[in-house]
Design a protein around this ligand. Structure first.
Ligand code: ZN
Length: 411
């Protein structure tokens, strides 16, 4: 190649820091990836025999045994009772699955004013749940003391040292640096290097991610997202956020900044948003909108009104509630429709207040999405409300962050 002044390969041109950087996979990392893939297959398929794992992976049984056997010896997996006979009438296949006595995952859910901690088994059972509160505007020392004490209470109940601590947090998170960038509703957390802090204090791996993304990971490992290659989570409450699972991977965006769906503009020059701009999706599809409208159409106690109450009122035959439900569903649908048009993920799991509206609200949202989007043949949009034990879903998600880290799957 001739190197000229205008060539991008010119010697005197400095490359931007990230230009063309890439990672190679070392032999030890390949081992970790293979272990991770076996464990992912068990998450997706439930207890599975070595023969079936080999068939699913397209390799021979010896290869699978070479990966599975050390996992059994480490106490991560266990062999179950023999099931049906082998296909050729050979030895009955013994399924392998996660050992209930395996180390657990430690989860932290950090929202403005509250800290929840627990242990989660590899199969998603929650134990040793602890809860504490903090003043979102108090000093940092008081907050870290409360956080560490709550975590220590949970960790003291672990029979074996957990694999690590996964944190799901509201606000703006830098998941690469392990820092809380800013939380409008809890200024005490702003700039907190929480991952480094807990790593030093508890001497185990620690990871953090944005609350909706933890919900997504929880759905992927322990919920309705099992086995899916493409789906999104939409969380609504006092704020609106989302997370995407695209082609088998969690999509994070630069430093984990993806998923700020609440501040995508759905109405030019629309209502004023908390972020200071106008017309954000969050201004028409969260609890503050619903409560304002509930008050305007005459419901009592509008300040505590939510989607659960809305569907109850509809079920009781209220025409006013029916009309409000339809408008609310349409407001939630517009943002999902834009997402569907952009990414065609097709499968959307609702969490938070929208999920509390259950099947009725989910189906109405779907109806409006279908009116907003261009129809394509053989493409159905699924809207699923996942209101299952609300808080626990986020804690399972926080634990799921450690599963992802553990399995080195980059998800
Ligand atoms: Zn906004």
């Amino acid at each position: 190649m001739i190197r000229g002044l205008n060539s991008p390969w010119s010697d005197d041109k400095e490359l931007p820091a990230l230009f063309g950087s890439f990672n190679l996979v070392s032999p030890s990392a390949i081992g970790a990836i293979n272990r991770g893939r076996i464990m992912q297959a068990l998450y997706d398929n439930g207890p599975t025999s070595r023969v079936d794992l080999a068939r699913l992976a397209g390799v021979n049984r010896t290869t699978v045994t070479g990966i599975v056997q050390p996992l059994i010896e480490e106490g991560l997996l266990i062999e179950g009772k023999a099931g049906r006979s082998g296909a050729q009438g050979g030895k009955p296949a013994r399924p392998v699955y996660f050992d209930p006595a395996a180390p657990m995952l430690c989860a932290v859910l950090l929202l403005p004013g509250t800290i929840q901690t627990c242990l989660v088994s590899l199969t998603g059972e929650v134990a040793a749940h602890c809860h504490s509160t903090f003043n979102p505007r108090e000093n940092l020392q008081a907050f870290t003391a409360t956080l560490c004490a709550t975590l220590a209470e949970t960790l003291a109940q672990a029979k074996r040292p957990p694999f690590g601590i996964g944190i799901a947090a509201g606000g703006m998170i830098d998941s690469d640096k392990g820092e809380i960038v800013a939380v409008n509703l809890a200024p005490v957390l702003t700039g907190l290097p929480i991952v480094a802090l807990l790593r030093e204090r508890f001497c185990m791996p620690v990871v953090i991610d944005h609350h909706p993304r933890a919900l997504l990971v929880g759905d992927r490992w322990f919920g309705p997202g099992r086995g899916l290659q493409n789906f999104a989570v939409i969380y609504t409450g006092h704020v609106l956020g989302g997370a995407f699972f695209i082609d088998g991977r969690v999509y994070r965006g630069l430093a984990g900044s993806g998923g700020e769906l609440g501040h995508t503009v759905v109405q030019l020059d629309g209502r004023l948003c908390n972020c200071g701009r106008r017309g954000c999706w969050e201004t028409i599809a969260t609890l503050s909108w619903l409560r304002e409208q509930a008050g305007a159409v005459g419901f009592d106690a509008p300040n505590t009104f939510d989607s659960a109450r809305l569907v109850q009122e509809v079920a009781a035959g209220s025409q006013v509630a029916e009309e409000l439900l339809d408008r609310y569903a349409r407001n939630i649908a517009v943002g999902i429709a834009n997402l569907q048009q952009t990414m065609s993920l097709n499968f959307y799991i609702l969490h938070g207040d929208a999920a509390a509206g259950g099947e009725l609200l989910a189906q109405r949202i779907k109806l409006h999405i279908e009116q907003f989007i261009m129809k394509r043949p053989n493409q159905e949009v699924v809207i699923l409300a996942n209101d299952y034990e609300r808080g626990d879903m986020a804690l399972r998600g926080a634990a799921g962050l450690i599963v992802s880290d553990l399995l080195q799957l980059a998800i």
